[in-house]
Design a protein around this ligand. Structure first.
Ligand code: SAM
Length: 224
């Protein structure tokens, strides 16, 4: 039913006549053809993030976990003012993402950096603090969940006050409250939820979601 409602509602909120429809469909199909897993944000979720970027007039965004570039293409194609840096450690994913981004005509505004988030983010932070890169207004954390808290704090150090940060997949079908389950992805998500709540720099909330990607949710954090 959740998937059926998405299938009904999404084409109404984003008809196929929209200019980025072809590029987004191409990104999904080319990623599938290349054997990438079907784990990008759903169209509705990605569009919701693009709308957040529009509301906040974000000019620089950061993503950890590119996959085939689907969400990066959403954010950049819906926001002509936005440049995005997206980090991915799987070489095959990087190759496919760059091709998808080129097909979308967004290579000048979407930078894919190949490397592990835990290596790349500290380097990005150095560059931001040295004034060689702009601070970020929106961050989407969607990679190895064990590092969620590290990514959140590195990203916060590179963000402006009032910036929005999103940590995806923190609910995992409700497993987040199965405290006997020590799956490192759950531990990483719990750490992010619990530490964000105690951190004076942040104001945060978990929003549960259902849809074509089943039952999950994200931690939304505003940097004070
Ligand atoms: N954000 C993408 C979207 O919505 O289109 C989906 C990202 S997918 C859920 C997670 C991605 O994170 C995968 O492509 C995976 O290879 C990448 N990844 C996993 N661990 C990583 C790490 N340590 N550093 C960088 N990327 C990582």
């Amino acid at each position: 039913l959740w998937a059926a409602v998405d299938a009904y509602a999404f084409p109404h909120s984003h008809p196929t006549s929209r200019p980025n429809h072809k590029a987004l469909e191409h990104a999904l199909q080319a990623s599938k053809a290349a054997g990438l897993p079907d784990i990008s944000a759903s169209p509705s979720q990605a569009k919701f993030m693009a709308l957040q970027c529009r509301l906040l007039k974000v000019t620089h965004a950061l993503e950890v976990g590119t996959l085939g570039g689907y969400t990066a293409i959403w954010l950049a194609s819906e926001n002509p003012q936005l440049k995005i840096v997206t980090v991915e450690y799987d070489h095959n994913h990087v190759v496919i993402a760059r091709k998808n981004i080129e097909f979308a005509g967004l290579s000048d505004r979407v930078e894919v950096i190949e490397g592990a988030g835990a290596d790349v983010l500290p380097k990005l932070k150095e560059e931001v603090l040295a004034g060689k890169r702009e601070r970020f207004g929106f961050t989407f954390i969607d990679a190895d969940k064990q590092n969620n808290w590290n990514y959140l704090t590195w990203a916060a150090d590179m963000s402006n006050p009032g910036s929005l940060l999103c940590v995806d997949n923190v609910v995992r079908g409700g497993k987040i409250i199965d405290f006997n389950n020590t799956d490192p992805r759950l531990l990483g998500s719990r750490a992010a939820i619990e530490k964000a709540g105690k951190d004076e720099r942040f104001d945060s909330v978990v929003i549960q979601t259902v849809g074509e990607k089943s039952y999950d949710g994200a931690l939304w954090v505003v940097l004070k």
